[in-house]
Design a protein around this ligand. Sequence first.
Ligand code: C5P
Length: 227
Amino acid sequence: MNKITIAIDGYSSTGKSTIAKQLAKRLGYVYVDTGAMYRAVTLYAMQKDLIHESDFNVEALIYQLDKINITFKYNIDLGFAEVYLNGVNVEKRIRTLDVSGFVSKVAAVSDVRQKLVAIQQQMGQDKGVVMDGRDIGTVVFPDAELKLFMTSSAEKRAQRRFKELKDRGDDVLYEDVLKNVQERDFLDSNRKDSPLVKAKDAIEIDNSNLSLEEQFEKVLRLVRMTL
Ligand code: C5P
């Protein structure tokens, strides 16, 4: 059967990665979490002290971009590929609220986007890929055969994210998670380079009132219609 490219974009914490992972597993496709790549660059900037509170040394980050190596390695137990920053598994570390609090500023830097988009395009060049992010259907793969755009109320999304962080044992407040979700949506939607917008040919899925199963069935139907 012909392999296709599936682009899943949308607001923060809409459950894009859950659906993308399930879909990749069902279809035998590769799943690429592009948010993890922006998060890994943010972690690098934090580790190198390029970020202090609200101060961000953009020039120094751009200067060091060549030193940042981001790779994925499949974890058979988890059933998806984990992200590595310069050879170190940072899958857990990049999900913390401190990284979330800065990632949208790092993701607004064009040089960072250029570097990561090139890697993403290479990862998906043979199709058979489910990629989630903010600009996959608009910039990374404008010719993707199937484009989905996920939405859900900010409160629903913050609840989901809050539960995830609490389940991992992170000490977070719901109000801070909600604020982060709203701030990221604003920054991601209003940046100059590759803002978060629904591609003209993307299918919008509002999952505020859909269970995971209902959502997956809906997406699977769309995939079958596209194949
Ligand atoms: O998907 P996730 O929420 O982990 O993404 C973290 C951040 O990375 C987003 O809020 C956004 O600023 C940035 N991002 C992006 N383009 C992508 C994927 C993520 O700008 N394709």
